[in-house]
Design a protein around this ligand. Structure first.
Ligand code: SIN
Length: 280
């Protein structure tokens, strides 16, 4: 049986007393797979995971995706995407300033990730919290007439658009990277494929347009929904400690990394992303 405590009144649990480095915990990991559908986010603290074990645990949630920015798959295991401000031999070991916008992982592909497993290898003593927002709670709190007015709208998600905004000072995407990430259309409200619960499916910088609305109206709607979605009552703020593993459901949460003193402190995070299905 899992020992849990809530992280937020509406979503998220911490599981205590679990050593995921031990292969005997596989049965517990399979329980986490089920709990994720219900709780949207799971924290397990105090882990000492090898890269192989991180990938092994992640695979129990489903097939794993590899990130289009191959230069940050630096651990020797291509399933691990490194987020970091650290450079070794003059080269960044991970993508710095990744995810400093509200988003759900890989929403810019036709079949976005169902979930991510982010492991804290090294974290600053202050700053660099990650914020998580429940898109179930956000959708359910909207007035019924607003729910009805957005229920059948769709939006175009663009990786090239996001990259251009987030990493304007870097080399542009290569032709191959662009070819791997064409713009995609997803509903603004999606259904959780396991529970049937509805959630908002929005995001900052990643959505290029709301389809079927004049640009000004679409942008204003998106802005309003994004602001609503990250209202304090839907948000859990995580203060990282080394050895924390957070597993979240990308189908019904958004998250946003926050800045830190990146010239003073090192941050190394390892992320795996589990394949998902087309949102509906
Ligand atoms: C992410 O956007 O997946 C990473 C969040 C973080 O680095 O805290």
């Amino acid at each position: 049986m899992l020992h849990t405590r809530p992280l937020h009144p509406g979503f998220g649990i911490e599981v205590v007393g679990l050593d995921l480095s031990d292969p005997a915990s596989d049965a517990a990991v399979d329980q986490l797979v089920k709990e994720l559908d219900r709780h949207s986010l799971i924290l397990v603290r105090g882990q000492t995971l090898s890269n192989a074990r991180h990938v092994g645990i992640s695979r129990r949630f489903g097939d794993l995706m590899t990130h289009v920015l191959k230069q940050f798959l630096t651990t020797g295991l291509p399933e691990i995407y490194v987020l970091s401000n650290v450079t070794e031999d003059g080269k960044p070991i991970g993508n710095h300033k990744e995810g400093w916008n509200w988003h759900s992982d890989l929403s810019y592909v036709a079949e976005p990730s169902m979930g991510s497993l982010l492991y804290a290898v090294e974290v600053p003593p202050v700053g660099a919290d990650t914020l998580f927002a429940s898109m179930h709670l956000a959708y359910e709190a909207l007035p019924p007439e607003v729910q009805a007015s957005i229920r059948h709208l769709s939006a175009t998600h663009s990786y090239a658009g996001y990259y251009g905004k987030a990493f304007a000072d870097r080399e542009p995407l290569s032709d191959e990277q662009k070819a791997r990430t064409p713009d995609v259309v997803h509903p603004l409200v999606r259904t959780h494929p396991v529970t049937g619960r509805l959630s908002l499916y929005v995001g900052q910088d990643i959505i290029k347009s709301v389809n079927g609305l004049p640009p000004e109206e679409g942008n204003a709607l998106l802005d309003k929904l994004n602001r609503h979605a990250i209202s304090e009552e839907f948000v859990y703020r995580h203060k990282w400690r080394q050895g924390d593993l957070i597993i979240w459901d990308n189908r019904c949460t958004m998250h946003c990394a926050t800045p830190y003193e990146d010239t003073k402190y090192r941050r190394i995070m390892h992320r795996t992303t589990v394949a998902g299905t087309r949102p509906f």
